[in-house]
Write a protein that binds this ligand. Structure first.
Ligand SMILES: [Zn+2]
Length: 172
């Protein structure tokens, strides 16, 4: 009568005594993209929910990671490596996957495309970065919901500007 484990009495004692936890296989955690083999960046669930174009019923109660490899079509993958979402299943075009496409946003919150940055003067670029910073300060950004990488774009914007400056320095 001392049924401490809560099993029904029909279940034999032999079943009750099994240390059940040892028999639950822990989910395999690989953290590398199953497509390209590069390490992914952990991403918040709400970013995945905001970005995928498939039914959210398909999402698992799992950790998802972001693959930033430019040549890899996978954008998000589950930590166990069993589920992937590729660029075609994402509502936004992803800067990391199309780093040379002029019409793709580099800053998703304030909508600056690569073309915008390339066509700007050095002063305009400075103003652009200042404007993004002001937006961040004012709490107007929503990188977790707008940017497929789930984090602030400023590093990417600065990276593009740095590349352009390097090239213009070479050209002069
Ligand atoms: Zn990948």
């Amino acid at each position: 009568m001392s049924d401490s484990c809560g099993c029904s009495t029909e279940a034999g004692n032999s079943v009750c005594e099994l240390p059940a936890q040892n028999f639950e296989r822990k989910p395999r955690v690989i953290n590398v993209c199953p497509e390209c083999g590069e390490k992914g960046k952990p991403i918040e669930g709400q970013t995945v929910k905001a970005m995928v174009s498939v039914s959210l019923r398909e999402l698992k109660d799992a950790e998802y990671l972001f693959c930033k490899t430019g040549t890899c079509p996978v954008v998000y993958f589950s930590a166990d490596g069993l589920q992937t979402f590729s660029t075609k299943q994402i509502r936004e075009r992803v800067y990391q996957k199309e780093p040379n496409a002029k019409e793709v946003n580099v800053c998703y919150c304030f909508r600056h495309t690569l073309g915008d940055i390339q066509n700007s003067s050095a002063d305009e670029r400075k103003a652009m970065v200042a404007d993004i910073n002001a937006g961040i300060q004012a709490g107007q950004c929503a990188c977790d919901l707008r940017n497929p990488q789930g984090s602030c774009c400023l590093g990417n914007v600065r990276g593009v500007i740095k590349q352009l400056e390097k090239h213009s320095a070479v050209a002069e």
